[in-house]
Ligand binder design. Structure first.
Ligand code: GLN
Length: 553
């Protein structure tokens, strides 16, 4: 038997309490003490993965190195831990049922009635234990999606109950995250919702070992004692999780509350080595006390829901800190951008990012935004569809191919400058069939982007079906837009740039999936640097104009 220890994180009272951040913060503290830790997310919905979900439903779809389309919490896990996750780190009810049904058809259960208990719960338990065994982790933290009491998460809760029994108390523990609301009218913090939610877990046969209480205000001793007594946990196992100004402060707050020590003590693991958090604290200091400030516009069509662009906004946080710069990210709806209002919408920005996406809604606004950045020498980063928009814009307005387009938007365009990849042509099934995951990209040493990366061969993650049409490459290069990164095996264009421009880069891949707190992504770092350059130049011009004005007086 492997000696991996398992921690389960459940949530109660309401969703969106930040189970992912608590899990990632605890994992960070344990990792910083020298433990090999990973985090897994179990999602109770029937989709086999979130790849087919609209971002409005579920936020961003995060892509792992091995090409799994996963929940956005995996992004937090990677950003906090700096270690890659994989397909095994995200399991949905759909995937569980799919494999049980496949086994049934194969005859693995021949003669038996296949049921939620034991077959579905056994499959869930196997998926949980597989992660620990396969990669030899000391500790696996498994976050159960949804809220305790939801019908759809019942099989997960039952699996946790069984695993607790199978593994024994020192090998497994349950952390339950709840909310302690503050009622301004009575000036009190209320523990009743927590008590109810713990009762619900107890009804399912689980006594939580640790309670993490989300709160706006500091918990009083009274509240802590009350929760401990009525929820049947030790006083030291009641942990406060107060609202933080940045998610990256949460590991330090959890350390203050001794969450890591409590957990290690319960799991009978040594806690003598103090967490090594020096670089993390250094990052936080740069984040909280910036020297510069820039305004960057994120042009996309899902902007009403910021979670749809989670990895991009976090990448800016990392790259901002690396540059000691506050990045004010402004979400701009591409459907609202027109030739007439573009100056008013984008004119004040120090950088413009055109976001990834699918389908034609809002596409013309994205193309206009790319053109605006090109013509006004504003630092520009186009990611995936954003890069494709920059290519279409260049074709239409520099090459004069008026109706140029991606065949995703117009199948009959006379100038298909972006076209469906050859390998995609026979694909009819939508789920999990894009070009997904990490592929190599060779960078031209003479390019600007090489200066950012400082290496020739990089590996970046993908999620797309369309690509730059190499038939037009010569035309683009002659007119000043150059392909400076290629897949060495297939020649697929991975990076386009305009050398004459201050900073104009389009990438077919998604750099945002690889940016972490301690390793900010070079493309974002360099983009923010260029934005600082423009912002300072604008300031110098303003100062100059001011001096001239004063001289006249
Ligand atoms: N829709 C485009 C494609 O499939 C871009 C995808 C994306 O931005 N992730 O190629």
């Amino acid at each position: 038997m492997s000696n991996t220890k398992y921690i389960f994180v459940t949530g109660g009272v309401t969703s969106s309490l930040g189970k992912g951040i608590i899990s990632a913060s605890l994992a960070k503290l344990l990792q910083a003490r020298g433990y090999k830790v990973t985090i897994q997310k179990l999602d109770p919905y029937i989709n086999v993965d979130p790849g087919t979900l609209n971002p409005y439903e579920h936020g961003e779809c995060y892509v792992t190195e091995d090409g799994a389309e996963t929940d956005l919490d995996l992004g937090h896990y990677e950003r906090f831990l700096g270690t890659p996750t994989s397909q095994e780190n995200n399991v949905t009810t759909g995937r569980i049922y799919q494999s049980v049904i496949e086994k049934e058809r194969r005859g693995d259960y021949l003669g038996k009635t296949v049921q939620v208990i034991p077959h579905i719960t056994d499959e869930i338990k196997n998926r949980i234990r597989l992660v620990g065994k396969k990669y030899n982790y000391n500790i696996v933290i498994t976050e159960i999606g949804g809220t305790v009491g939801d019908i759809e998460s019942l099989p997960y809760i039952e699996s946790v109950r069984q695993l607790k029994w199978d593994l024994g108390p020192t090998n497994c523990l349950v952390i339950h995250l709840t909310l302690v609301p503050y009622l301004p009218t009575s000036g009190e913090l209320k523990t009743k919702p927590t008590q109810h939610s713990v009762k619900m877990l107890q009804e399912a046969g689980i006594q939580p070992d640790v309670l993490v209480l989300r709160t706006q205000k500091k918990l009083t001793e009274d509240v802590r004692n009350k929760v401990a007594l009525f929820c049947n946990v030790e006083r030291s196992s009641v942990i406060e999780s107060i609202d933080a100004s940045t998610i990256y402060e949460v590991p330090l707050l959890m350390q203050k509350e001794k969450l890591d020590e409590t957990v290690l003590h319960k799991l009978k693991l040594p806690a003598n080595r103090k967490p090594e958090l020096g670089p993390w604290k250094k990052f936080l200091k740069r984040l909280v006390f910036p020297k510069h400030e820039v305004h960057i516009g994120l042009v996309g069509k899902y902007v009403e829901l910021h979670d749809a662009y989670k990895s991009i906004s976090e990448s800016f946080t990392h790259a901002g800190a690396a540059n000691e710069c506050r990045v004010n990210l402004q979400y701009i709806h591409s459907e609202h951008i027109t030739e007439e209002n573009v100056d008013e919408k984008l004119g004040h920005l120090d950088g413009i990012l055109v976001a990834p996406g699918f389908g034609s809604r809002g596409i013309e606004g994205k193309i206009i935004a790319a053109g605006y950045a090109r013509k006004h020498n504003i630092p520009f980063l186009g990611i995936c569809l954003g890069m494709q928009c920059a290519v279409v814009e260049f074709a239409r307005n520099v090459l004069g191919y008026k109706e140029a387009n991606s065949t995703e938007m117009n199948r009959r365009t006379p100038y298909p400058v972006i076209d469906l990849m050859e390998e995609q042509k026979g694909v009819t099934v939508k789920g999990g069939t894009m070009r997904l995951g990490a592929y190599p990209c060779r960078i031209n040493k003479k390019s600007r982007i090489y200066k950012a990366y400082q290496i020739e061969l990089v590996n970046e993650r993908h999620r797309h079906r369309y690509e730059f049409n190499n038939k037009y490459l010569q035309d683009f290069e002659k007119a000043g837009m150059k392909a400076v990164g290629f897949n060495p095996d297939t020649n697929l264009v991975e990076i386009m740039e305009i050398p004459e421009h201050r900073w104009f880069v389009g990438v077919q891949f998604h750099p945002e999936y690889r940016s972490t707190v301690l390793k900010p992504h070079p493309v974002f770092v360099d983009f923010v640097k260029a934005a600082i350059g423009l912002s300072e130049e604008k300031q110098r011009k303003k100062d100059h104009a001011q001096i001239k004005k004063t001289e006249k007086i």
